[in-house]
Write a new protein. Structure first.
Length: 281
Protein backbone atom coordinates (compact mmCIF):
# COMPACT_ATOMS: atom_id res chain seq x y z
CA UNK A 1 0.00 0.00 0.00
CA UNK A 2 1.18 3.48 -0.82
CA UNK A 3 2.32 5.73 2.04
CA UNK A 4 0.08 8.38 3.53
CA UNK A 5 1.31 11.75 2.30
CA UNK A 6 1.70 14.26 5.10
CA UNK A 7 0.27 17.52 3.82
CA UNK A 8 2.57 20.11 5.38
CA UNK A 9 1.05 22.93 3.36
CA UNK A 10 -2.46 22.13 4.61
CA UNK A 11 -1.35 21.69 8.21
CA UNK A 12 0.63 24.94 8.08
CA UNK A 13 -2.42 26.80 6.74
CA UNK A 14 -4.59 25.45 9.58
CA UNK A 15 -1.98 26.39 12.18
CA UNK A 16 -1.57 29.86 10.71
CA UNK A 17 -5.32 30.47 10.93
CA UNK A 18 -5.08 29.67 14.66
CA UNK A 19 -2.08 31.99 15.08
CA UNK A 20 -4.08 34.75 13.42
CA UNK A 21 -6.74 34.42 16.10
CA UNK A 22 -4.17 34.47 18.91
CA UNK A 23 -2.45 37.49 17.30
CA UNK A 24 -5.78 39.33 17.18
CA UNK A 25 -6.26 38.75 20.92
CA UNK A 26 -2.79 40.15 21.63
CA UNK A 27 -3.32 43.07 19.25
CA UNK A 28 -6.51 43.97 21.14
CA UNK A 29 -4.35 44.18 24.28
CA UNK A 30 -1.84 46.44 22.49
CA UNK A 31 0.70 43.65 22.04
CA UNK A 32 0.48 42.82 18.31
CA UNK A 33 3.24 40.26 17.64
CA UNK A 34 6.09 41.87 15.70
CA UNK A 35 8.84 40.20 13.65
CA UNK A 36 11.88 41.99 12.23
CA UNK A 37 13.71 40.32 9.38
CA UNK A 38 17.14 41.57 8.40
CA UNK A 39 18.61 40.65 5.04
CA UNK A 40 22.08 41.73 3.99
CA UNK A 41 22.99 41.68 0.29
CA UNK A 42 21.04 40.41 -2.67
CA UNK A 43 21.14 36.60 -2.58
CA UNK A 44 18.09 35.77 -4.76
CA UNK A 45 17.05 32.66 -2.80
CA UNK A 46 17.30 34.57 0.50
CA UNK A 47 15.13 37.32 -0.94
CA UNK A 48 12.41 34.81 -1.81
CA UNK A 49 12.55 33.25 1.69
CA UNK A 50 12.41 36.66 3.35
CA UNK A 51 9.50 37.79 1.21
CA UNK A 52 7.58 34.62 2.12
CA UNK A 53 8.23 35.15 5.82
CA UNK A 54 7.09 38.77 5.71
CA UNK A 55 3.97 37.83 3.73
CA UNK A 56 3.13 35.07 6.22
CA UNK A 57 3.43 37.59 9.06
CA UNK A 58 1.10 40.02 7.35
CA UNK A 59 -1.47 37.32 6.62
CA UNK A 60 -1.46 36.33 10.28
CA UNK A 61 -2.00 39.92 11.37
CA UNK A 62 1.50 40.31 12.81
CA UNK A 63 3.50 43.49 12.55
CA UNK A 64 6.52 42.87 10.32
CA UNK A 65 9.55 44.96 9.60
CA UNK A 66 11.84 44.09 6.70
CA UNK A 67 15.29 45.64 6.93
CA UNK A 68 17.24 45.34 3.69
CA UNK A 69 20.89 46.27 3.98
CA UNK A 70 23.51 46.50 1.23
CA UNK A 71 26.08 43.72 0.81
CA UNK A 72 28.83 46.09 1.99
CA UNK A 73 27.19 46.64 5.42
CA UNK A 74 29.81 46.50 8.17
CA UNK A 75 29.49 44.23 11.17
CA UNK A 76 29.34 47.28 13.45
CA UNK A 77 26.38 48.64 11.46
CA UNK A 78 24.56 45.35 11.59
CA UNK A 79 25.19 44.89 15.32
CA UNK A 80 23.92 48.44 15.84
CA UNK A 81 20.68 47.61 14.03
CA UNK A 82 20.25 44.49 16.12
CA UNK A 83 20.78 46.46 19.33
CA UNK A 84 18.00 48.86 18.27
CA UNK A 85 15.65 45.97 17.52
CA UNK A 86 16.53 44.26 20.82
CA UNK A 87 15.36 47.42 22.60
CA UNK A 88 12.23 47.95 20.48
CA UNK A 89 9.05 46.91 22.34
CA UNK A 90 7.07 46.55 19.07
CA UNK A 91 9.46 43.79 17.94
CA UNK A 92 9.15 40.39 19.64
CA UNK A 93 11.14 38.31 17.19
CA UNK A 94 14.29 39.07 15.19
CA UNK A 95 15.90 37.03 12.51
CA UNK A 96 18.99 37.63 10.44
CA UNK A 97 18.56 35.76 7.17
CA UNK A 98 21.45 33.37 6.48
CA UNK A 99 23.78 33.12 4.72
CA UNK A 100 25.33 36.50 5.48
CA UNK A 101 28.03 37.93 3.18
CA UNK A 102 31.42 36.36 3.88
CA UNK A 103 32.89 39.43 5.65
CA UNK A 104 30.26 39.15 8.41
CA UNK A 105 30.69 36.64 11.24
CA UNK A 106 27.34 34.80 11.41
CA UNK A 107 27.99 33.45 14.90
CA UNK A 108 28.70 36.95 16.29
CA UNK A 109 25.63 38.33 14.54
CA UNK A 110 23.33 35.63 15.89
CA UNK A 111 24.74 36.03 19.40
CA UNK A 112 23.86 39.74 19.18
CA UNK A 113 20.14 38.92 19.01
CA UNK A 114 18.51 38.98 22.45
CA UNK A 115 17.75 35.32 23.34
CA UNK A 116 14.14 36.23 24.20
CA UNK A 117 13.73 37.50 20.61
CA UNK A 118 15.66 34.65 18.94
CA UNK A 119 12.68 33.19 17.08
CA UNK A 120 14.91 31.28 14.64
CA UNK A 121 16.30 29.38 17.64
CA UNK A 122 19.92 29.68 16.46
CA UNK A 123 21.40 31.56 19.47
CA UNK A 124 23.63 29.46 21.76
CA UNK A 125 21.19 30.22 24.59
CA UNK A 126 18.39 28.65 22.53
CA UNK A 127 20.60 25.69 21.62
CA UNK A 128 21.53 25.27 25.29
CA UNK A 129 17.89 25.42 26.37
CA UNK A 130 17.00 22.76 23.83
CA UNK A 131 19.92 20.60 24.95
CA UNK A 132 18.94 20.80 28.61
CA UNK A 133 15.15 20.75 28.17
CA UNK A 134 14.61 24.30 29.42
CA UNK A 135 12.00 26.56 27.81
CA UNK A 136 13.28 28.37 24.73
CA UNK A 137 12.86 28.59 20.99
CA UNK A 138 13.49 25.43 18.99
CA UNK A 139 14.74 25.99 15.44
CA UNK A 140 11.76 26.25 13.11
CA UNK A 141 12.42 23.39 10.66
CA UNK A 142 12.82 20.61 13.24
CA UNK A 143 9.98 22.11 15.30
CA UNK A 144 7.86 21.89 12.16
CA UNK A 145 8.73 18.22 11.76
CA UNK A 146 7.65 17.53 15.36
CA UNK A 147 4.36 19.36 14.71
CA UNK A 148 3.78 17.18 11.64
CA UNK A 149 4.39 13.99 13.65
CA UNK A 150 1.99 15.21 16.33
CA UNK A 151 -0.68 16.07 13.77
CA UNK A 152 -0.38 12.57 12.27
CA UNK A 153 -0.62 10.96 15.71
CA UNK A 154 2.89 9.51 15.38
CA UNK A 155 4.37 9.12 18.85
CA UNK A 156 8.17 9.06 18.72
CA UNK A 157 8.43 7.47 22.20
CA UNK A 158 9.97 4.03 22.02
CA UNK A 159 10.68 4.36 18.28
CA UNK A 160 14.03 4.35 16.55
CA UNK A 161 14.52 7.69 14.81
CA UNK A 162 17.36 8.11 12.33
CA UNK A 163 18.34 11.64 11.35
CA UNK A 164 20.58 12.03 8.32
CA UNK A 165 22.43 15.35 8.63
CA UNK A 166 24.06 17.02 11.62
CA UNK A 167 23.84 20.75 10.93
CA UNK A 168 23.20 23.14 13.81
CA UNK A 169 19.99 24.39 12.22
CA UNK A 170 18.36 21.10 11.22
CA UNK A 171 20.06 17.78 11.99
CA UNK A 172 21.28 18.31 15.57
CA UNK A 173 18.17 20.10 16.92
CA UNK A 174 16.00 17.52 15.11
CA UNK A 175 17.81 14.73 16.93
CA UNK A 176 17.42 16.52 20.29
CA UNK A 177 13.68 17.08 19.79
CA UNK A 178 13.16 13.42 18.88
CA UNK A 179 15.24 12.39 21.89
CA UNK A 180 13.14 14.64 24.11
CA UNK A 181 10.03 12.96 22.67
CA UNK A 182 11.33 9.58 23.82
CA UNK A 183 12.83 8.19 20.60
CA UNK A 184 16.09 6.28 20.44
CA UNK A 185 18.04 8.47 18.05
CA UNK A 186 20.82 7.77 15.59
CA UNK A 187 22.47 10.67 13.79
CA UNK A 188 24.12 9.95 10.43
CA UNK A 189 26.34 12.21 8.34
CA UNK A 190 28.85 12.19 5.51
CA UNK A 191 31.29 10.01 7.50
CA UNK A 192 28.72 7.32 8.36
CA UNK A 193 30.12 4.13 6.76
CA UNK A 194 26.94 2.23 5.78
CA UNK A 195 24.13 4.73 5.62
CA UNK A 196 21.55 2.29 4.25
CA UNK A 197 22.15 -0.14 7.14
CA UNK A 198 21.30 2.70 9.53
CA UNK A 199 18.31 4.12 7.68
CA UNK A 200 16.75 0.66 7.29
CA UNK A 201 16.42 0.51 11.08
CA UNK A 202 14.42 3.71 11.26
CA UNK A 203 10.78 3.83 12.34
CA UNK A 204 11.09 7.57 11.78
CA UNK A 205 13.60 8.66 9.13
CA UNK A 206 14.47 12.33 8.70
CA UNK A 207 16.59 13.27 5.69
CA UNK A 208 18.26 16.67 6.05
CA UNK A 209 21.21 16.49 3.70
CA UNK A 210 20.72 18.54 0.54
CA UNK A 211 21.25 15.76 -2.02
CA UNK A 212 18.50 14.90 -4.46
CA UNK A 213 17.25 11.29 -4.22
CA UNK A 214 19.86 10.24 -1.65
CA UNK A 215 17.27 8.12 0.17
CA UNK A 216 16.13 5.29 -2.10
CA UNK A 217 13.41 2.68 -1.51
CA UNK A 218 15.88 -0.04 -0.46
CA UNK A 219 17.06 2.24 2.41
CA UNK A 220 13.62 2.46 4.01
CA UNK A 221 11.99 0.07 6.49
CA UNK A 222 8.47 -0.94 5.40
CA UNK A 223 5.82 1.31 7.00
CA UNK A 224 8.37 3.83 8.32
CA UNK A 225 7.59 7.52 8.56
CA UNK A 226 9.88 9.34 6.11
CA UNK A 227 10.36 13.07 6.56
CA UNK A 228 12.12 14.88 3.74
CA UNK A 229 13.70 18.18 4.80
CA UNK A 230 15.93 18.53 1.72
CA UNK A 231 15.41 21.28 -0.82
CA UNK A 232 17.27 20.61 -4.03
CA UNK A 233 16.86 21.15 -7.75
CA UNK A 234 16.71 18.12 -10.03
CA UNK A 235 18.31 17.98 -13.50
CA UNK A 236 15.25 19.73 -14.95
CA UNK A 237 15.50 22.52 -12.36
CA UNK A 238 12.44 21.37 -10.39
CA UNK A 239 12.39 21.59 -6.61
CA UNK A 240 12.90 18.16 -5.03
CA UNK A 241 13.87 16.69 -1.68
CA UNK A 242 16.49 14.20 -0.48
CA UNK A 243 14.09 11.27 -0.87
CA UNK A 244 13.36 9.42 -4.10
CA UNK A 245 9.67 10.14 -3.60
CA UNK A 246 7.72 7.78 -5.88
CA UNK A 247 9.56 4.50 -5.10
CA UNK A 248 9.91 5.33 -1.38
CA UNK A 249 6.21 6.10 -1.23
CA UNK A 250 5.51 2.44 -2.09
CA UNK A 251 7.51 1.23 0.96
CA UNK A 252 6.93 3.87 3.65
CA UNK A 253 3.88 4.28 5.88
CA UNK A 254 4.04 8.08 5.80
CA UNK A 255 6.01 10.44 3.60
CA UNK A 256 6.34 14.20 3.22
CA UNK A 257 6.33 15.72 -0.27
CA UNK A 258 8.70 18.40 -1.58
CA UNK A 259 7.39 20.98 -2.14
CA UNK A 260 4.43 21.17 0.24
CA UNK A 261 5.89 19.21 3.16
CA UNK A 262 8.42 20.53 5.67
CA UNK A 263 8.97 23.91 3.93
CA UNK A 264 5.59 25.49 4.79
CA UNK A 265 5.86 24.13 8.34
CA UNK A 266 9.15 26.02 8.83
CA UNK A 267 7.39 29.33 8.21
CA UNK A 268 4.45 28.33 10.41
CA UNK A 269 6.87 27.61 13.29
CA UNK A 270 8.52 31.00 12.82
CA UNK A 271 5.10 32.56 13.41
CA UNK A 272 4.52 30.24 16.37
CA UNK A 273 7.82 31.29 17.96
CA UNK A 274 7.08 34.99 17.36
CA UNK A 275 3.65 34.58 18.91
CA UNK A 276 5.19 32.79 21.89
CA UNK A 277 7.69 35.65 22.30
CA UNK A 278 4.88 38.22 22.20
CA UNK A 279 2.71 36.24 24.63
CA UNK A 280 5.58 36.20 27.13
CA UNK A 281 5.83 40.01 27.21
P1 LIG B 1 24.11 21.36 5.70
O1 LIG B 1 24.81 21.36 4.38
O2 LIG B 1 24.51 22.31 6.75
O3 LIG B 1 24.20 19.89 6.32
C1 LIG B 1 24.07 18.74 5.53
C2 LIG B 1 24.35 17.52 6.35
O4 LIG B 1 24.24 16.37 5.51
C3 LIG B 1 25.75 17.49 6.95
O5 LIG B 1 25.67 17.09 8.29
C4 LIG B 1 26.48 16.47 6.10
O6 LIG B 1 27.44 15.71 6.81
C5 LIG B 1 25.36 15.54 5.71
N1 LIG B 1 25.67 14.81 4.48
C6 LIG B 1 26.17 15.32 3.32
N2 LIG B 1 26.31 14.33 2.41
C7 LIG B 1 25.91 13.19 3.01
C8 LIG B 1 25.84 11.84 2.58
N3 LIG B 1 26.20 11.47 1.36
N4 LIG B 1 25.40 10.92 3.46
C9 LIG B 1 25.03 11.28 4.70
N5 LIG B 1 25.06 12.56 5.17
C10 LIG B 1 25.51 13.49 4.32
O7 LIG B 1 22.55 21.51 5.33
P2 LIG B 1 21.31 21.96 6.24
O8 LIG B 1 21.19 21.10 7.44
O9 LIG B 1 21.31 23.43 6.39
O10 LIG B 1 20.12 21.62 5.23
C11 LIG B 1 19.90 20.30 4.79
C12 LIG B 1 18.87 20.33 3.67
O11 LIG B 1 17.65 20.83 4.18
C13 LIG B 1 19.21 21.25 2.49
O12 LIG B 1 18.69 20.69 1.31
C14 LIG B 1 18.48 22.52 2.81
O13 LIG B 1 18.16 23.27 1.66
C15 LIG B 1 17.23 21.96 3.44
N6 LIG B 1 16.54 22.87 4.36
C16 LIG B 1 15.20 22.92 4.24
C17 LIG B 1 14.48 23.73 5.07
C18 LIG B 1 13.01 23.74 4.92
O14 LIG B 1 12.37 24.63 5.44
N7 LIG B 1 12.42 22.75 4.23
C19 LIG B 1 15.13 24.58 6.08
C20 LIG B 1 16.55 24.36 6.20
C21 LIG B 1 17.22 23.54 5.34
P3 LIG B 1 28.79 16.38 7.43
O15 LIG B 1 28.34 17.13 8.64
O16 LIG B 1 29.63 15.19 7.75
O17 LIG B 1 29.34 17.26 6.36
Amino acid sequence: MSARIIDGAGLAARLRAGYRERAAVLAAQGRRPGLAVIIVGDNPASRVYVRNKVRACEEAGFHSRLIELPAATTEADLLGRLAELNADPAIHGILAQLPLPAHLDSARVIEAIAPEKDVDGFHVASAGALMTGLPGFAPCTPAGVMAMLAAEGIDAAGRHAVVVGRSNIVGKPMALLLLQAGATVTICHSRTPDLAAMTRQADILVAAVGRAKLVTADMVKPSACVIDVGMNRDAAGRLCGDVDFEPVREVAGWITPVPGGVGPMTIAMLLANTLKAAERT
